[in-house]
Design a protein around this ligand. Structure first.
Ligand SMILES: [Zn+2]
Ligand SMILES: [Zn+2]
Length: 279
């Protein structure tokens, strides 16, 4: 049955992980404060930069290359940092939080949340926005020197806007199904795309985008095989899923396989499966 319309089913393994994770959340954690501050700071930064623009005109074109580059950075961070252990302090923490926690908490059997306390496992910590703000300022400053201040501010707006879109889209992937996530173009596409990414068999190789699956399409890591437009507007459609992936996806939805062949570092794959996933 399709990953987006089947009823959620949590097995023992996932249930135990969730119990442990929720039990360890600090009593001082508040999900609304967590995301409230993130959106307030992000939107204020965008508002400030927009208020500094003076007749930007052609400078608005800055959005196009920056957004496309951002899409590939999003893919690269997810593929090479969040799913490949780099044993250096901050990078290891990112891997830990994503592969060892986020992907154990959510699988394609059950990828939804029930409470605002669970925002902790869905949204990045504040330090990610701070790091992004620092890089945005640096790149914005360089762009302002090379071109003009408008370009610098628009670059910054695009970077922070992309981040807020990432968090919002990812949130839409993990809420309970509703009319909005089922029908809104792009949101429905990313919800199915990301639910498929949470399959414990393909999670280390497929569907790395979280906003628009452009880099996944370009780099051949989308689970659906169709044109760029088809991929972007795929919605909940599952008819174009690569037939070679289907046996792997099905296998890793099984509780016994998960018990035996899934570790905190991802699935234990046969060499045939690895070959298919790397193709
Ligand atoms: Zn997720
Ligand atoms: Zn992932």
């Amino acid at each position: 049955m399709s990953v987006v319309s089947k009823p959620m089913f949590m097995n023992e393994r996932q249930r135990k992980f969730r119990e442990g994770y929720i039990g360890a959340i600090s009593p001082f954690y508040n999900g609304i404060v967590h995301i409230g501050v993130m959106y307030l700071v992000g939107i204020s930064a965008i508002y400030y930069c927009a208020s500094q623009l003076v007749a930007p005109g052609w400078a608005w074109l800055t959005i196009i290359p920056v957004a496309i580059a951002g899409n590939f950075v999003e893919w690269g961070m997810h593929f090479f940092v969040m799913h490949r252990l780099i044993d250096k302090f901050a990078l290891r923490a990112i891997y830990d939080r994503h592969t060892r926690q986020h992907h154990q908490y959510f699988t394609d059997n059950d990828y939804t949340i029930d409470t605002t306390q669970e925002f902790r496992i869905v949204f990045f910590p504040w330090r990610v926005l701070i790091v992004l703000g620092i890089f945005g300022t640096l790149f914005g400053y360089i762009a302002a020197k090379i071109f003009n201040p408008n370009v610098g501010y628009i670059l910054y707006i695009t970077m922070v806007g992309h981040y807020l879109l990432y968090e919002t889209f990812h949130f839409c992937c993990h809420v309970k199904e509703n009319w909005f996530v089922r029908n809104l173009p792009f949101v429905n596409t990313i919800r199915r795309h990301h639910a498929a990414h949470h399959n414990l068999g393909i999670m280390m190789h497929k569907n790395m985008n979280l906003t628009f699956p452009i880099a996944d399409w370009a780099l051949g890591t989308s689970d659906v095989k169709r044109s760029l437009l088809g991929t972007l507007f795929n919605g909940f459609d599952e008819t174009h899923i690569d037939p070679k992936l289907k046996p792997i996806i099905k296998k890793f939805q099984d509780s016994h396989v998960q018990e035996e062949k899934v570790t905190l570092e991802g699935p234990i794959l046969s060499s045939d499966e690895q070959q298919i996933l790397r193709a």
